[in-house]
Design a protein around this ligand. Structure first.
Ligand SMILES: Nc1ncnc2c1ncn2[C@@H]1O[C@H](COP(=O)(O)OP(=O)(O)OP(=O)(O)O)[C@@H](O)[C@H]1O
Ligand SMILES: [Mg+2]
Length: 237
């Protein structure tokens, strides 16, 4: 049996807003094996983005443990966790988060760890160009994001997330802003690239057709991670 890439044990996370405490995750647990693709579903507000941020080392849980290859990421010093995130994790956001003043290649290169992952900028640039070719955008390398369509911008964001060959790819509704056909193309790129490289993928999606492309489907319901799609009434907290 292989060791899980991600092991989450009894994670709780709440937010305090205007004197109220909202419990979002309650003893959420999950384990993801190397190379597996997992779709996470659940109602709006169920805590899907919260879980993804916790997995990516961006938001500390109130309690519980989040281990990457057996190491608790929230027990790491902040600088170590930041380096871990920059080299091991690729994040894809629903709203792309590209820098409008830079061209496509510069956006991808900005994320490249030129000294850690590559022998220099030249090698990182070759990898960035190769990824842009893989997502079908090699002829747009010197365009700015605003000159691209939503689907093209999301494919640039995919290239940027993958430039350091992260072992773990986290994607938060990567096709949420796209029409079905464009979303299907972006998904095809994401699935091909992650499978080709053996990356582990955890993706939030509301779309059952997209979830069906993944090896496993999980759902957040009443703060916990479940294997079965919940009925709405059972999920009210
Ligand atoms: N930074 C924050 N401060 C306060 N409350 C927050 C914060 N982030 C999330 N929440 C609350 O936590 C709950 C879960 O939010 P989250 O974004 O994880 O849901 P989600 O499942 O991703 O929803 P959606 O499908 O709409 O994206 C929501 O009620 C939200 O208002
Ligand atoms: Mg969300």
């Amino acid at each position: 049996m292989s060791n899980p890439v991600i092991q989450v044990n009894d994670v709780c996370r709440s937010y305090h807003i205007g004197g109220h405490r909202i419990e979002v995750l309650r003893n959420a647990s999950l384990s993801v094996d190397p190379g597996q693709s997992v779709a996470v579903g659940g109602l709006s507000g169920a805590g899907k983005s919260t879980l993804l941020h916790i997995l990516g080392g961006l938001s500390r849980p109130d309690s519980g443990a989040v281990c990457y290859r057996g190491n608790d990421i929230y027990a790491m010093k902040a600088g170590v966790r930041t380096r871990w995130r920059a080299t091991r994790v690729g994040f894809v956001f629903q709203s792309y988060h590209l820098l409008p003043e830079m061209d496509v290649l510069e956006n991808v290169m900005l994320a490249a760890r030129t000294r850690v992952r590559y022998r220099g900028r030249g090698e990182a640039r070759d990898r960035a160009l190769c990824l842009l070719r893989e997502v079908g955008l090699s002829d747009r390398a010197h365009h700015t994001p605003l000159e691209l369509s939503g689907g093209e911008q999301q494919r640039v964001a995919l290239a940027r997330a993958l430039v350091n060959e992260p072992e773990l790819v986290l994607a938060d509704e990567p096709t949420g802003n796209l029409d079905r056909e464009t979303g299907a193309h972006v998904m095809q790129c994401l699935m091909n690239l992650t499978r080709q490289q053996g990356h582990t993928l955890v993706m939030v999606t509301h779309d059952p057709q997209i979830a069906a492309l993944c090896d496993r489907r999980l759902y957040i319901c009443a703060g916990a991670v479940r294997d079965n799609p919940p009925s709405e009434s059972k999920c009210e907290s």
